[in-house]
Design a protein around this ligand. Structure first.
Ligand code: FES
Length: 143
């Protein structure tokens, strides 16, 4: 059912943790399954993502997709990171079962939410980036 790559990233997730004082951080959640993903980005003065870390309270596919998403955005510019869509993450994982596609969407949204936070903090506009709809950071922090 799951590809070897999915199992590998689930069993050995890369970049788990937090970044202290991140350039951008975003938290997203899926109301249906209740899974939550938080993504931290460290972005240098040239707009290159130097480090990416995540914390995911969620299913195995959510953990595998967050792990792969952090690997894919590292070393990219913020503009290039926008191309790390859920499709790109799924492809890099050799696919996901149809019922698990929404888990990869969470990863895409988490990247966007962290980039949005970075853009907001720095007063810049990232072309093509829309305000994330499911940023639930305030709700999570309030609980
Ligand atoms: Fe919801 Fe996987 S089941 S993120």
């Amino acid at each position: 059912m799951y590809s070897e790559k999915v199992m590998d990233h689930f069993n050995h997730p890369r970049n788990v943790g937090e970044i202290e004082d991140p350039s951008g951080v975003g938290t997203v959640g899926n109301a249906k399954c209740g899974d939550i993903m938080r993504m931290y980005l460290d972005i240098d003065d040239n707009g290159i993502i130097q480090e990416a870390k995540f914390k995911t309270f969620g299913c195995g596919a959510a953990i595998a997709t967050s792990s792969m998403a952090t690997e894919l955005v590292k070393g990219k510019t913020v503009q290039e990171a926008l191309e790390v869509t859920n499709k790109a993450v799924m492809e890099a994982l050799d696919g996901l079962p149809p019922v698990k596609v929404h888990c990869s969407l969470l990863a895409e949204e988490a990247i966007h939410a962290a980039l949005w936070d970075y853009a907001k903090k720095n007063g810049i506009v990232i072309e093509g980036l829309k305000e994330p709809v499911s940023d639930i950071e305030e709700r999570v922090d309030a609980e």
